[in-house]
Design a protein around this ligand. Structure first.
Ligand SMILES: *[C@@H]1O[C@H](CO)[C@@H](O)[C@H](O)[C@H]1NC(C)=O
Ligand SMILES: *[C@@H]1O[C@H](CO)[C@@H](O)[C@H](O)[C@H]1NC(C)=O
Ligand SMILES: *[C@@H]1O[C@H](CO)[C@@H](O)[C@H](O)[C@H]1NC(C)=O
Ligand SMILES: *[C@@H]1O[C@H](CO)[C@@H](O)[C@H](O)[C@H]1NC(C)=O
Ligand SMILES: *[C@@H]1O[C@H](CO)[C@@H](O)[C@H](O)[C@H]1NC(C)=O
Ligand SMILES: *[C@@H]1O[C@H](CO)[C@@H](O)[C@H](O)[C@H]1NC(C)=O
Length: 447
């Protein structure tokens, strides 16, 4: 019930103050997570995020100028306020420095001499992917990491793949092999447990909240809510991704793998959402279309249009209005800070570790699934976060106007390490499909 009041008050703000999309922190700011991540005082976060926008713009202009045989990729660093450009020949830097389009960004550029060019890294990346297929390796993440100037292979169960590891080690440069770390295993699992026991802190606004039919609020499904297909035996928990609109119909997007094992005898896949703060589940629609490969995505058709919402729900904190979404890859850079809201592990933020990632996941009873072109982020995630929206802030200086830019949704997370991979929107959205944003809601009310 407590949630009801908070969400209601948000909606009322929306109706009364359309040009002031009020979203506020309850007990803590969404920036405290970022402050911890970057190890800076919270007061510096807004400016760092503004600077990140500039770094990303500069990086976007820079990328097409880089000759893959000389340059080794780029990454940004918010604290240093730099775009780092790896190069195997620093003396060739004039072509970048003297290019007029880079002029506004010159102070932000920093060249780093490395051994491996982008062509070399891509060649090793492809060879590792071939080995992964040949040795039938599963539950593996292969990432091209520019900052380390190498390919990193994360193996969930390295002990099963000694022959693969031996072959990978013969490549030159030798890729970095990473795996679960027992130390981290103990600590991170206990962290997750304690988070689960913490009930969200949303009491404070209860008394001064206006009342409205609770029915209204219960029917809206926000990004970040726990959803699942369920049969009587088991409940499969995922996260509501975001609403999309295609040919006039609205669908809730989430991971396609949420539909596994959930088909009912007459062929429908019924989806439920868990009313926040309760154990109650409510049916809200059938997943009418899903796939596991090449993109892990599924679309749920609600039985009632009223379910559609352009908001992201972030457990302990607040709601964020989706104001924009990014359909292209080039807006990402290694080192950028992004956040997510998952039904299992809540709201958290992390740094992009790689913008070029392939992974092979294994689903018991179904086999292996290959994914390409994912993005890897250093943030916690666990079972139940599949489908969670990944986003960044649009207007960092004014939290009362916080809108977010949506980038994609989580497809998998590593156990024991804070690492997730997400699918970028350009893979999820069909060409005639758009994300439902706050602008659609506002135009429906003729503001
Ligand atoms: C943000 O960028 C400006 C201009 O480059 C710089 O002066 C400022 O120190 C940066 N802020 C932070 C917090 O790094
Ligand atoms: C560009 O290369 C020249 C020659 O190697 C070097 O002196 C200069 O410091 C480089 N500039 C930057 C910004 O790294
Ligand atoms: C590049 O390779 C050389 C020789 O293998 C090595 O000594 C050097 O440390 C490498 N440089 C970097 C930046 O890794
Ligand atoms: C995990 O926790 C133990 C006990 O608190 C501590 O000694 C160890 O250093 C921690 N390991 C990591 C990787 O944080
Ligand atoms: C869901 O699918 C079942 C079985 O096909 C169908 O009877 C039901 O009407 C569908 N529900 C909605 C809301 O579309
Ligand atoms: C899903 O079904 C397959 C067989 O179709 C079975 O092997 C597997 O254990 C089931 N998975 C779950 C999570 O129940």
């Amino acid at each position: 019930m407590k949630y009801t009041y908070i969400l209601l008050s948000q909606l009322i703000f929306l109706f009364i103050l359309p040009n002031h999309l009020k979203v506020y922190a309850i007990n803590s700011s969404p920036y405290s997570e970022i402050a911890k991540l970057l190890n800076v005082p919270e007061s510096e976060v807004p400016e760092l995020l503004v600077n990140q926008t500039i770094l990303l713009e500069g990086n976007k202009i820079l990328i097409p100028l880089l000759d893959e045989s000389i340059y080794g990729g780029t990454y940004i660093d918010l604290i240093a306020n730099k775009i780092f450009i790896n190069t195997i020949d620093i003396s060739k830097n004039e072509s970048i420095i003297n290019n007029p389009v880079m002029k506004p960004y010159l102070n932000l550029l920093s060249f780093v001499e490395v051994n491996n060019s982008l062509s070399k890294l891509n060649e090793i990346f492809n060879q590792v992917n071939t080995l992964v297929k040949n040795f039938n390796v599963v539950n593996v993440i292969i990432s091209n990491q520019y900052k380390v100037n190498n390919i990193v292979i994360f193996l969930d169960q390295p002990e099963l793949y000694q022959a693969f590891i031996n072959s990978a080690k013969k490549l030159n440069p030798t890729p970095i092999i990473d795996g679960p770390n027992e130390d981290i295993k103990e600590n991170s699992s206990s962290t997750l447990k304690s988070r689960e026991n913490n009930s969200p802190i949303l009491e404070s606004h209860e008394n001064n909240s206006p009342t409205l039919e609770s029915r209204e609020i219960h029917l809206r499904i926000l990004s970040g809510y726990a959803i699942g297909a369920s049969n009587e035996k088991s409940r499969f928990k995922c996260t509501a991704g975001f609403w999309v609109r295609q040919q006039g119909l609205a669908y809730l997007a989430t991971s396609g793998h949420c539909a596994l094992n959930a088909t009912e005898p007459h062929g429908s896949i019924k989806f439920y959402f868990i009313v926040p703060g309760t154990d109650k589940t409510k049916f809200f629609g059938n997943m009418t279309r899903f796939e596991l490969e090449p993109v892990d995505r599924g679309f749920i058709l609600p039985y009632d249009e009223y379910s559609v919402s352009p908001f992201i729900f972030a457990h302990e904190l607040q709601m964020f209005a989706i104001t924009d979404f990014t359909r292209t890859l080039v807006n990402f850079a290694e080192g950028a800070v992004v956040c997510k809201s998952g039904a299992a592990t809540g709201y958290s933020c992390g740094k992009v570790l790689s913008v070029k990632v392939n992974t092979v996941l294994f689903h018991v009873g179904y086999g292996r699934f290959d994914y390409e072109g994912l993005i890897e982020v250093s943030m916690r995630g666990s079972y139940g976060d599949g489908g969670a929206p990944v986003f960044s802030y649009n207007n960092p200086l004014d939290l009362s106007q916080t809108g977010v830019n949506l980038f994609g949704m989580i497809v998998g997370a590593t156990r024991y390490q804070p690492k997730i991979v997400f699918t970028p929107l350009y893979q999820i959205l069909d060409s005639d499909m758009d994300v439902v944003t706050i602008h659609e809601l506002l135009s429906n009310f003729n503001f």
